[in-house]
Design a protein around this ligand. Structure first.
Ligand SMILES: Nc1ncnc2c1ncn2[C@@H]1O[C@H](COP(=O)(O)OP(=O)(O)OP(=O)(O)O)[C@@H](O)[C@H]1O
Length: 220
C-alpha cells in the first residue's frame, strides 16, 4: 500500500476538541482520492499531516517505507522534495525566480529534473509563453498553474492538493484536473485532493468525506 493512515487523532495546540478522531484509510498507487467536508471539518489539517508538515496527537501515517509522523524536519522536507508534491492554496512561488525556474525548482532540488517532461507539463498547462516572467508579472490563475506545473514536474509518488483549481475558470480547472489524473494513470502515483466541488470529486476514483472528525467513503 502506498499510504496507510491508522488511528489518526488530532487536537490543535490550545484547541478544545479533536479535529480528527481515529481516522484510518489507505490509498493505493493509481488511485485519485477526493476529500470533501464542510468548512472547518479538518480537511487542511489532515492534508498537512499527510505532507508531514504537522504531527498528529496520536496515530500513524505510513508512506512507502517511511513512518511520516516520526520523521524529523529535515527528513520530512527531503521527502517533500522527492516523493510528495504539494499544491496548496498559497502557491509559495519564489518571487526572485522566473516561471521556468519556479517550475523546475523542486525537481532540481530533489535531483529528479527531466527537462523534456518539464517542458511538456509547462506547455500542457498553457505556460509556455510565460516562462521568462516573474510570479508578480502573471495572474493569480497563472500562478496557480505554475504551482501545479512545479508539482507535476517532480513526478511524485503522492500528489497532495488543496483546492488546486480554486482560482481557475471551468475550462482551465477541467484541464488541470485532467492533467493530474493523467499523471496518476501514466506514472502510477496517487492523487489526494481537497475540494468543495462535487464535479471534481465525481471525476476522482474515490471520494472520502470528513465529518465530525471522521473519514468515510462517500456513497455515490
Ligand atoms: N493551528 C491551529 N490552531 C488551532 N486551531 C486550528 C488550527 N488550524 C486549524 N484549526 C481549527 O481546526 C479546525 C479544522 O480546520 P481546517 O483548516 O483543517 O478545516 P478545513 O476543513 O480545511 O476548512 P476550510 O474548508 O474552511 O478550508 C477548524 O475549527 C480550525 O479553526
Amino acid at each position: 500500500m502506498l499510504l496507510s493512515v491508522n488511528g489518526l487523532t488530532h487536537r490543535h495546540p490550545g484547541g478544545t476538541r479533536d479535529v480528527l478522531r481515529d481516522v484510518s484509510f489507505e490509498v493505493a498507487r493509481g488511485e485519485s482520492v477526493a476529500l470533501t467536508g464542510e468548512s472547518g471539518s479538518g480537511k487542511s489539517t489532515l492534508l498537512h499531516m499527510l505532507a508531514a508538515l504537522d504531527r498528529p496527537s496520536h496515530g500513524e501515517i505510513r508512506f512507502l517505507e517511511h513512518e511520516i509522523t516520526r520523521l524529523n524536519d529535515r527528513a520530512a522536507s527531503e521527502l517533500r522534495r522527492s516523493r510528495i508534491a504539494l499544491v496548496f492554496q498559497q502557491f509559495n512561488l519564489v518571487p526572485a525566480l522566473t516561471v521556468a525556474d519556479n517550475i523546475a525548482l523542486h525537481a532540481k532540488l530533489g535531483g529528479r529534473f527531466d527537462p523534456a517532461w518539464s517542458a511538456e507539463v509547462t506547455s500542457r498547462l498553457g505556460l509556455a509563453d510565460l516562462t521568462a516572467r516573474y510570479p508578480e508579472q502573471i495572474s493569480g490563475g497563472q500562478q496557480q498553474r505554475v504551482a501545479i506545473a512545479r508539482a507535476l514536474t517532480l513526478r511524485p509518488d503522492l500528489l497532495l492538493a488543496d483546492e488546486p483549481t480554486g482560482n481557475l475558470d471551468e475550462t482551465a480547472s477541467a484541464e488541470v484536473l485532467r492533467l493530474m489524473l493523467e499523471l496518476v494513470a501514466d506514472t502510477g502515483c496517487a492523487l489526494f485532493l481537497v475540494t468543495h466541488s462535487a464535479a471534481i470529486a465525481a471525476r476522482c476514483s474515490r471520494h472520502l468525506h470528513l465529518r465530525a472528525g471522521q473519514v468515510r467513503d462517500h456513497a455515490p
